[in-house]
Structures are given as C-alpha cells and as structure tokens.
Design a protein around this ligand. Structure first.
Ligand SMILES: [Fe+2]
Ligand SMILES: [Fe+2]
Length: 230
C-alpha cells in the first residue's frame, strides 16, 4: 500500500514549526512602549512602597563604599533589564491576562529600580553608562521569548527570576557586612523575585530547555560583569 505523503514527518514538522508571529501592534501600543522605555532608562524611578533601607545610613570606609557602589550599579542595571524583558514580553503577549500580569510585575519591579537608584546616589555611585544598550537588548530578548507563546513567555519569567535569586544570593554574600542599607534592599528584592517566579509558574509557565537556561545565564553574566565597571 503506498504511503501517504508526509508520513513519518509529523514529529519533524512539529519541531521545526516556527513561532507564529503576533498581530501587528497598534500605534497606541507603540507609543506606550516607547514611553515606558524612555521612562525606564532616563527618568528617575518612583517607588510605590517605602525603601527597605529605612534605618540610618551606615558609615562605610572608602573601599566598602566603592564595592557597594559597584554591586548596586549591577543590581540597578539588572532592574533596568527586568523592566525591558517585561515590556518586551507584554508588547508581544497574545493573551490580555498575560499582558496585564506582565505589566503588573513590571510596575512592582519599578520599586526595585527606585530603591537601587536611591542607594546608588547615597553611595556616591552612578548607574551604568550602558543601560540604554541593556534595555534595548533585553526588550528584544523578551519580545523574542513571547513570540513562542504565553506559556513559554511565563516560563521565561520563572527561569529569569530563579537566576536572579541566585545572583542576589551571591551579592548578599559579597556586600560589605556593614552595608545594612544595601542588604535590606537586596533581601526584599529577593523575596519579591521569588514570588514573581512562583506566580509565573502557577500561571502556566513552561519549563525551558536546559540550553536556553544556560544561554540566559551566560548573557546575564556578560551584563553583570560589564555593569560592575562601566
Ligand atoms: Fe527586580
Ligand atoms: Fe522580579
């Protein structure tokens, strides 16, 4: 009996299927996304919650101040990138509930951005000069992840937050013990990131393939190592 055309190619075709492109964004969506980008990179962030660093500003030696300043610059850049990932994912999200959840999480992340910004100026440090670049790159990565569908997009949030939690643990160990203000901020950020990851998983986030997680880790390593210096 002759084989029907395409027999045996089903699994191959499924693997090779390209992500379906989302519908073209409206002009409103484009303007709102550009506005969010400019605010994230250029405007001072405004927190909805008070900073966890509410106690007296700790006295640090010059070496401690420099080390804390460099570490908090890395964390500030991480929060700029987090804004961009969420904005990129929301821009492409197909489902309205997913988009609302992503934008809600981005607003919560604004607190982290504002707390890091304030702490950076207390430490007489400055944000990374490359933040516009990190924003653009992260937005593109977030948008790309979201083209694979909302489950992958939410899985990407969960994996990102898991990696951020690991990164914050490393920074909490590296911070000068005397810097109680930066420590309080990073501890609250870690608590928030864990709950963002859990929310994304319970909203249906898919487990990402191991090579994708490894690639994400390498990409964020380039960003964090660069932001420490520049
Ligand atoms: Fe954050
Ligand atoms: Fe988060």
């Amino acid at each position: 009996m002759p084989r029907a055309r395409g027999d045996g190619w089903g699994p191959y075709n499924r693997v090779m299927q390209l992500p379906s492109l989302p519908p073209l964004p409206s002009l409103d969506a484009l303007i709102s996304t550009a506005d969010k980008a400019l605010r994230s990179v250029l405007a001072p962030a405004r927190a909805a919650r008070p900073s966890p660093a509410s106690g007296p500003v700790p006295a640090l030696t010059e070496a401690q101040r420099r080390e804390s300043g460099a570490l908090m610059r890395v964390n500030h850049t991480g929060e700029v990138a987090a804004q961009a990932l969420y904005h990129g994912q929301a821009f492409v999200a197909r489902n309205e509930n997913t988009r609302a959840m992503l934008l809600h999480a981005a607003r919560e992340e604004t607190d982290h951005l504002a707390w890091c910004e304030t702490r950076l100026s207390e430490l007489q440090s400055r944000p990374s000069l490359l933040n516009p670049l990190w924003y653009a790159g992260s937005f593109a990565i977030g948008a790309l992840a979201a083209t694979f569908g909302d489950r992958v997009s939410l899985g990407f949030v969960a994996e990102t937050e898991r990696q951020v939690e690991g990164h914050l643990n490393v920074h909490l160990a590296r911070l000068p013990p005397e810097d109680s203000s930066s420590r309080a901020i990073l501890e609250q950020m870690r608590t928030d990131e864990i709950s963002h990851g859990a929310a994304a998983r319970s909203a249906g986030g898919a487990e990402l393939p191991a090579p994708v997680s490894v690639l994400m880790k390498h990409t964020s390593r380039v960003m964090t190592h660069t932001a420490y210096w520049i």
